[in-house]
Design a binder for this molecule. Structure first.
Ligand SMILES: Cc1cc2nc3c(=O)[nH]c(=O)nc-3n(C[C@H](O)[C@H](O)[C@H](O)COP(=O)(O)OP(=O)(O)OC[C@H]3O[C@@H](n4cnc5c(N)ncnc54)[C@H](O)[C@@H]3O)c2cc1C
Length: 414
């Protein structure tokens, strides 16, 4: 039998973003808030991140992932949010009715508002298409991290890492500390895709070489990986002649990007950005479906969890307001990514409140500025010493800055 319940706000996902959104929703007056998490415990990806570096912006200290998650789990409990663990949302409709599968069976949850906080997943071998055999010994960095940090299992002894994303860099250090050998990190781009601090602390401090403009073109081995062939890549994507070289390893670890987990959102008809692969949102974090909000890694891949939780609090407050039939400011000023900006969020603003814009640039540069215009007139200029695609830039525009603007354009300029 299908059980039906009616609540004010449902939050899908019990990672840091979901926990922050749910607590903020309750604090903003939503009477019955339910957080739904498919795992047996709260915390999301942070449970396996036992390194420190979390909370430097919000708490001004470097916490481990579980410590950071613990703070939000306590807040959640104190705020009176109901937590449904081992419960998976398998669908939701544009009128905000969720279908949830758990040991109790199927629940139909009618909601006043929904917050999407499902996080993201890793890109796998299939997504990047490397030729060669299909032996054991090919893992994503997150999978190696989960085996090592949650189950105490080492999946290999001699690693080649493809991709210089933050998860791979963190794992290069972790594997070295546990006695494995990390032969090298190969990155197809001309610059690292992880944060500069992780390149220094996780590779340089451990003497692990980072080969830029380099990729894995072939995997060797039958039952188990025995090696990979690396090759240099020229601008334009062609392999450099004579640059192929075989490297012996028993494990290939992939750290080639994260994809926001939006299958549910897409099925419900939420408009997704082809660039971020997350929902298109306004400055209340409302998606194209009224009353459905998004935050955290499901919205955009964050570099720092602090920013994921800050935006989640805003999304949770907006959801509470919507569920109480309060009118959210109409967002009708479009925001465009101009020269040098890969994407900017939110995509629409009301101009009635201050907005924290988040964005990523297309290429690294030094001593340049992030500039906001209304298409012709400059509204705000923020000088930057270093801009890098790996680091999310964040710029606040106060209310008065939007006066009369019909659109906003953000670009990198001299
Ligand atoms: C390896 C690694 C290292 C990192 N290191 C740092 C660092 O040093 N410092 C830092 O600040 N940040 C770091 N980050 C980034 C930070 O962890 C993320 O920004 C943050 O975890 C995103 O939170 P989230 O809640 O959006 O997603 P997640 O933590 O991924 O949580 C999403 C949750 O949603 C649940 N879920 C998904 N779909 C459903 C469904 N249909 N039904 C029910 N539940 C569902 C999942 O089970 C999961 O628990 C790191 C990330 C990784 C992966």
């Amino acid at each position: 039998m299908i059980r039906t319940e009616r609540i004010d706000v449902a939050v899908i996902g019990g990672g840091p973003a979901g926990m922050a959104a749910a607590s903020a929703s309750r604090q903003a007056g939503a009477a019955r808030v339910v957080l739904i998490e498919r795992d047996p415990r709260l915390g999301g990806i942070l449970n396996q991140c036992i390194h420190d570096g979390f909370g430097t912006k919000v708490f001004k200290e470097a916490l481990t992932g579980p410590e950071f998650a613990g703070i939000y789990a306590r807040k959640l409990k104190e705020s009176g949010v109901e937590t449904w663990l081992e419960s998976t949302v398998i669908g939701f409709s544009p009128d905000r009715v969720l279908t949830i599968c758990s040991r109790k069976g199927i629940t139909r949850l009618e909601t006043g508002a929904v917050v999407l906080a499902m996080g993201c997943r890793e890109r796998s071998r299939g997504a990047i298409g490397i030729s060669g055999t299909r032996p054991a010994g090919i893992y994503t960095a997150g999978a190696v991290q989960a085996y090592m940090n949650l189950r105490n299992i080492a999946v290999g002894r001699r690693f080649v890492i493809l991709g210089s994303g933050d998860v791979g860099l963190i794992m290069a250090r972790r594997l070295s500390l546990e006695g494995a050998e990390v032969v090298c990190v190969a990155e197809i781009l001309p610059y690292p895709s992880g944060l500069a601090r992780n390149v220094v602390q996780c590779l340089e401090d451990f003497g692990i070489p980072l080969y830029l403009n380099t990729t894995v073109v072939e995997i060797h081995g039958n039952s188990r990986v025995t090696g990979v062939t690396l090759a240099e890549v020229e601008p334009g994507g062609k392999m450099k002649r004579g640059s192929r070289r075989r490297v012996v390893c028993d494990t290939l670890m992939l750290s080639v990007g994260l994809i926001p987990e939006n299958e549910l959102s897409a099925r419900a008809g939420v408009k997704l950005s082809p660039v971020t692969r997350g929902p298109v949102v306004d400055d209340s974090f409302q998606t194209s479906i009224p009353g459905v909000f998004a935050c955290g890694n499901v919205l955009q891949v964050h570099d720092l969890v602090d920013y994921a939780t800050l935006e989640a609090e805003k999304a949770g407050q907006s959801a509470a307001r919507y569920s109480q039939a309060q009118v959210l400011p109409a967002a009708n000023i479009p925001v465009e990514a101009g020269a040098g900006i890969r994407y900017v969020l939110p995509a629409l603003v009301s101009g009635q409140e201050a907005v924290d814009f988040t964005m990523r640039v297309t290429a690294p540069s030094r001593e340049r500025a992030i500039v906001f215009t209304d298409g012709t007139k400059e509204i705000r200029r923020l000088q930057q010493q270093v801009l890098a695609p790996a680091a999310m830039a964040r710029v606040r525009l106060n209310r008065g800055r939007f006066d009369g603007a019909k659109k906003l354009v953000v670009e990198v300029a001299d």
